[in-house]
Design a protein around this ligand. Structure first.
Ligand code: NAD
Ligand code: GLY
Length: 374
């Protein structure tokens, strides 16, 4: 196994992110180094378990670590109170103790749910993230946001609970459906659009290699993204300031996902791709960013087969009013004001806390009209 190691340097809770092909088979050795107890509680979903649970359990067995597993149904619906109740019940039935370690083996759904369960069972257990989607490897496994969804909205019940280790095996992405890979690619490109124009251009130029195999380009994309996220989390763990930059495209994306009913009709990363394009359109419309940058951003997402507008998304039956109403409920919104991450150009994102609703409506009207016309 050749791996790269990054550090998330949080006082008293620093942890490593290990990235490389074959990291999963070395999980037992990495977990042993943490010097916790000898028992591990694995949380995974049926798809991931079918492909990768055996490698993980073999590596734990090799180090003399005992393990229980809870294998949950795949999909966003598992981020619910019902499944949380079932999972925490299974953990208690297995007599998990404070010294035991929870291991989240899966995408963002499993990571968010298992991290939350770990945070509340017996007032808090340590946990390891073993992300198996590109989205989870570059975003959700790092930074300690854990949550479930409720009828009032997505991710509204949760905790900040940092993992004590992240193990990102780039080769496990070879079993991931290509649509899911593309959705993760949108988050990689997003990092460049936020703060590093050269990285954005490199990602766009290497899309085929990043999506096509566990070679050095994929590792570089993941390591660079994790490094950027780690620096942001170190500076603003609880999102009182610059962490909000990570939400470029997300005000639009969350509204799109809500209109799609979190149904899998639109994946989170697909909504982020369209959302980033709309955020650059809005930035150009407000004369903050060059119009040419908005055009380039749209080309980059389109080249990777990602949606860049409402016309590329399935019919959502949504209106300008629906979208604005949902945006008002965004977690970043404050005092009824619409908050967006906008950009002064590629790699130059900033948080705009008081965007004029009329400008947003004008943008949405144009974007939705183009859809109707096409
Ligand atoms: P996911 O966890 O639903 O995984 C996508 C699909 O791929 C599932 O069907 C899963 O079973 C399957 N899968 C996962 N890994 C696989 C593999 N290696 N091989 C084959 N199939 C595999 O989706 P996701 O995109 O990883 O995560 C989305 C979730 O992440 C959302 O709930 C979102 O809110 C959350 N999220 C959280 C954060 C955070 O900071 N905590 C950030 C971004 C997103
Ligand atoms: N995914 C955004 C964040 O972790 O803050």
């Amino acid at each position: 196994m050749s791996a790269e190691r990054l550090r998330v340097d949080l006082a008293g809770r620093a942890y490593d992110i290990v990235v490389g092909a074959g990291v999963l088979a070395a999980a037992g050795r990495e977990i042993l180094k943490l010097k916790r107890g000898k028992r591990v509680f694995i949380v995974s979903d049926e798809n991931v378990a079918r492909h990768h649970l055996g490698t993980l359990t073999a590596s734990l067995d090799a180090e003399g670590l005992s393990h229980h597993s809870a294998i949950l149904p795949p999909g966003e619906a598992s981020k619910s109170f019902g499944v949380l109740e079932q999972l925490t019940g299974q953990m208690l039935d297995a007599n998990v103790e404070r010294g035991d370690l929870v291991v989240a083996l899966g995408g963002g759904v499993i990571g968010d749910l298992a991290g939350f369960a770990a945070g509340i069972v017996k007032r808090g257990l340590d946990y390891v993230q073993v992300p198996t989607t590109l989205l989870a490897q570059v975003d959700s496994s790092v930074g300690g946001k854990t949550a479930i969804d409720v009828p009032q909205g997505k991710n509204l019940i949760g905790l900040f609970h940092q993992p004590c280790l992240v193990l990102a095996d780039t080769a496990v992405l070879d079993t991931l459906p290509v649509r899911e890979l593309r959705a993760g690619y949108a988050e990689v490109l997003k990092y460049g659009l936020i703060g590093d124009a050269a990285f954005a251009a490199w990602v766009a130029g290497n899309a085929a290699a990043i999506l096509g195999g566990s070679g050095p380009e994929r590792t570089k994309a993941i390591v660079t993204s994790c490094g950027m996220k780690a620096r942001v989390v170190e500076a603003d763990e609880r999102e009182s300031g610059q962490r909000a930059l990570l939400n470029l495209g997300h005000t639009f994306a969350h509204a799109i996902e809500a209109c799609a009913g979190y149904s899998g009709k639109v994946l989170h990363g697909e909504a982020v791709a369209a959302g980033c394009c709309l955020a650059f359109d809005l930035s150009a419309q407000l004369q903050l960013a060059p119009a040419a940058d908005a055009v380039r951003v749209r080309e980059w997402f389109a080249q990777a087969g990602l949606p860049t507008s409402f016309a590329d998304l399935p019919e959502l039956g949504t209106s300008e009013d629906d979208l604005v109403e949902i945006m008002r409920q965004d977690k970043k919104a404050s005092g009824g004001k619409l908050v967006f991450v906008l950009a002064r150009g590629i790699g130059r994102a900033f948080v705009a806390r008081d965007v004029d609703e009329r400008a947003v409506r004008e943008l949405l009207r144009r974007a939705l009209t183009r859809t109707t016309a096409s």
